[in-house]
Design a protein around this ligand. Structure first.
Ligand code: SF4
Length: 255
């Protein structure tokens, strides 16, 4: 594995990227890492003959923890990503770094170009700001439909969601049935804290998105993500013009 984009020299403004690595925190992260590894190994075994298990890596801090665990331990979990066409330049930089760091080419799914062209022609290039409906339609075209293709034929999928990330994710189970996509879904980081995520990244020198050091705790598409202010909720920078209760992109919404 080669060097990292920014994991060893965080900018001074972001306490999340430099937790104090106490003995207790290190031990907790080690125990939780073993638990995640076990969940993924068991899942890979259970679904080996029914499409296998795939992890959707969106290159946030949590997803980089899972990426590292999967590649480091050579787990039998496929890793794929969605490129909406509107990602921040920092995310593309990280994608390249992930390829170099782990010696793996990425499996990337793109939106169907006729659907994007039709949306832009009829609604406008930045129509997602105009209404929740148009925002959700953009997410459907650029994220939800490619995800459906990426998951087709798989037995289960894995996400980096954490229960503490937002009101819509409280009580998140490690394993659930994803009725929207019709397969089992694992959220192995469900009980991880933000501090534990960053401790793992520091302990294992995992590459991460440079935007995290610029007060972007949650990163999505460039036009729909902004930095947060001190004291704001960690998801406050996503679709910040909308009501918090509606702020999901459709990838993780229950039917
Ligand atoms: S996050 Fe914004 S740009 Fe990205 S797919 Fe959703 S609405 Fe479109």
């Amino acid at each position: 594995m080669s060097g990292t984009v920014s994991s060893l020299k965080p900018l001074p403004g972001n306490p999340a990227t430099r937790p104090s690595l106490t003995e207790g925190l290190t031990a907790t992260v080690a125990a939780k890492t073993s638990a995640v590894q076990q969940v993924l190994q068991d899942a890979a075994g259970e679904f080996a003959d029914s499409g296998g298990v795939a992890f959707a890596n969106s290159f946030g801090a949590e997803d980089m923890v899972l990426t590292d665990i999967i590649f480091r331990h050579r787990l039998l979990v496929a890793v794929f990503s969605l490129d909406t066409g509107r990602l921040p330049v920092e995310t593309y930089a990280l994608m390249g770094e992930v390829e170099r760091h782990y010696g793996q080419k990425l499996e990337v799914y793109f939106p169907e170009s006729p659907a994007v062209e039709q949306y832009v022609r009829s609604q406008g290039i930045n129509a997602f700001y105009d209404s929740v409906e148009l925002r959700k339609e953009c997410c459907r075209i650029r994220k939800v439909e490619p995800l459906r293709r990426a998951l087709a034929g798989r037995g289960a999928w894995v996400t980096g969601l954490r229960a503490a990330q937002s009101p819509t994710r409280s009580g998140l189970p490690v394993r659930e049935f994803d009725a929207g996509n019709g397969l089992t879904k694992y959220n192995p980081l469900s009980d991880w804290s933000e501090e534990e995520v960053w401790a793992y990244i520091r302990l294992h020198a995992v590459p991460y998105n440079a935007l995290h050091d610029q007060f972007y705790p949650s990163i999505g598409c460039a036009p729909c993500t902004r930095a947060i202010a001190v004291g704001e909720d960690i998801r406050a920078g996503r679709w910040w013009w909308e009501d918090p209760a509606s702020k999901e992109c459709g990838l993780h919404v229950k039917k």
